[in-house]
Design a protein around this ligand. Structure first.
Ligand SMILES: Nc1ncnc2c1ncn2[C@@H]1O[C@H](COP(=O)(O)OP(=O)(O)OP(=O)(O)O)[C@@H](O)[C@H]1O
Ligand SMILES: O=C(O)[C@@H](O)C(=O)CO
Length: 428
């Protein structure tokens, strides 16, 4: 078995998003949680491996270190091309981590040029003249300007990536992309000769991503959101297929854990609450005061789980989150909530939950680690970028789990997700 594509994703929801697009484009994909120990053999039945990291918001040196370890392992199992996956909203801290990780991977691979595009048109992320749009508005006018850990206030990705990189960053604009893969290749050669190390690439449609996919066939490293995954598998002759999306029959109780504070998740939580279904709100200030909020959430869930999905959420509007951060500190509040929700998720599984929806990338990282999951099998798509997955719990049971990126999914996502799992034999 040859591993064609080795992928390094900077968060857990992003990893399933990428794996989902690769599966839909015909590859067999294995998603691993964290970096396997050196010497661990590669999976036998996979064309692509996605390593899920939690490196988006860590200090840049830590993100670089873990990404290089992931690269070493992927190369040790023979990956032919490396894909560094970041967020479709280019989520960055002040120090990176997209630029530093990209440059470290380039150095390790001995390559002098790569591309960068977070475009994911199926989810409304488009890049034009180097500017990122989220739906109809610029990134800096979207809900991302209020993000608790990675607020994005500059839509010009060339300048964002320049501020994080030692190498010059250029642009391959839509005129080149619209002219086809050969024109993009010419532009890459031009930029390379002029001493650029990377280029933001415009893409406003899936066709643009297919063009870009063909053009970057020979690059050792590509960097992107999940959108570019639409265009890469064809380079090895893969064709879109649904064959890889089968999962075991779902069983057990259903629950949702939401630590995302994104605009879309706020709408989804409101929608869930409007159905009158049981929901428990996690208050960071009470956790900070030493109250056993996780214990209360689990006692609440234990009373209601038999009647259908229960929601445990810390999701709040930007103003409320800001005020909590003002009192506890942003990183401290985030960590407290993540650890509490991770404990809740573990307790829910102990109560018999075997179908779990988790909202938020950082939250998903904390939950998946707390549950001791080591790998995910990718199943049917619920909404663009969000598949159901199956994982083996340490005791051997199967857990169906979906990791929803903050801004993905329709308003009824939480209820739709369980319906979709039940009907998973049908086309997505
Ligand atoms: N009520 C709250 N007050 C302060 N911080 C919170 C609150 N609820 C959640 N958080 C923290 O905010 C962060 C949200 O990040 P997370 O990645 O989980 O969601 P997201 O950013 O909406 O999703 P994604 O990264 O997938 O777009 C987490 O660190 C979480 O613990
Ligand atoms: O690309 C995206 O938007 C998502 O996969 C993600 O990374 C959100 O955390």
């Amino acid at each position: 078995m040859t591993i064609r594509l080795g992928c390094i994703a900077d968060d857990f929801t992003g990893a399933t998003d990428l794996a989902n697009n690769l599966v839909r484009a015909g590859m067999r994909v294995v998603q691993l949680i964290d970096v396997p120990a050196p010497g661990t053999p590669g999976p036998v039945d996979a064309d692509a491996v996605v390593i899920a990291l939690k490196s988006r918001t860590t200090p840049a040196e830590e993100a670089v270190e873990v990404s290089l370890r992931a690269l070493d392992w992927l190369r040790s199992v023979g990956a032919e091309q490396i894909y560094f996956k970041y967020c479709s909203t280019f989520d960055s801290t002040r120090d990176g981590n997209i630029g530093p990780v990209t440059e470290a991977l380039m150095d390790a691979l001995g390559t002098d040029f790569t591309v960068a595009t977070p475009a994911f048109p199926d989810n409304g992320r488009t890049v034009f003249k180097g500017h990122l749009f989220v739906g109809d508005v610029l990134l800096s006018d979207s809900g991302m300007r209020h993000h608790p850990l990675t607020p994005m206030t500059d839509s010009n990705l060339v300048s964002v990536l320049r501020s994080q990189s030692a190498r010059p960053v250029g642009l391959i604009d839509h005129t080149a992309v619209a002219a086809g893969a050969d024109e993009v290749l010419d532009r890459i050669e031009e930029l390379r000769k002029e001493g650029f190390g990377a280029a933001i690439v415009d893409a406003v449609s899936n066709d643009d991503l297919v063009t870009l996919g063909a053009a970057v066939k020979g690059l050792p490293l590509v960097t992107a959101g999940s959108g570019l995954a639409i265009g890469l598998p064809a380079n090895w002759g893969f064709e879109p297929s649904r064959a890889a999306a089968g999962l075991p029959e779902p069983a057990g109780l259903q629950a949702v854990v939401s630590g995302s504070v994104s605009t879309a998740t706020n709408g989804q939580v409101r929608e869930f609450l409007s159905t009158g279904r049981p929901a428990f709100s996690v208050d960071p200030l009470r956790i900070a005061a030493g109250e056993d909020v996780a214990g209360e959430a689990l006692a609440f869930a234990a009373r209601h789980l038999a009647d259908g999905p229960v929601l445990v959420y810390s999701t709040e509007t930007p103003d409320t989150v800001k005020s909590v951060q003002g009192r506890l500190g942003a990183a401290e509040a985030g960590e407290l909530v993540e650890q509490t929700l991770a404990r809740v998720a573990r307790g829910l599984v102990d109560l018999g939950v075997r179908q779990l929806a988790v909202a938020g990338g950082e939250t998903s990282g904390a939950v998946v680690r707390a549950l001791g999951l080591t790998g995910l099998r990718i199943g049917p798509q619920i909404d663009p970028g969000v598949p159901w997955c199956a994982a083996a719990l340490p005791g051997g049971d199967t857990l169906h789990i979906t990791l929803k990126s903050g801004n993905f999914g329709g308003p009824g996502f939480f209820m739709d997700a369980f319906a979709r799992l039940t009907a998973s034999g049908e086309p997505a």
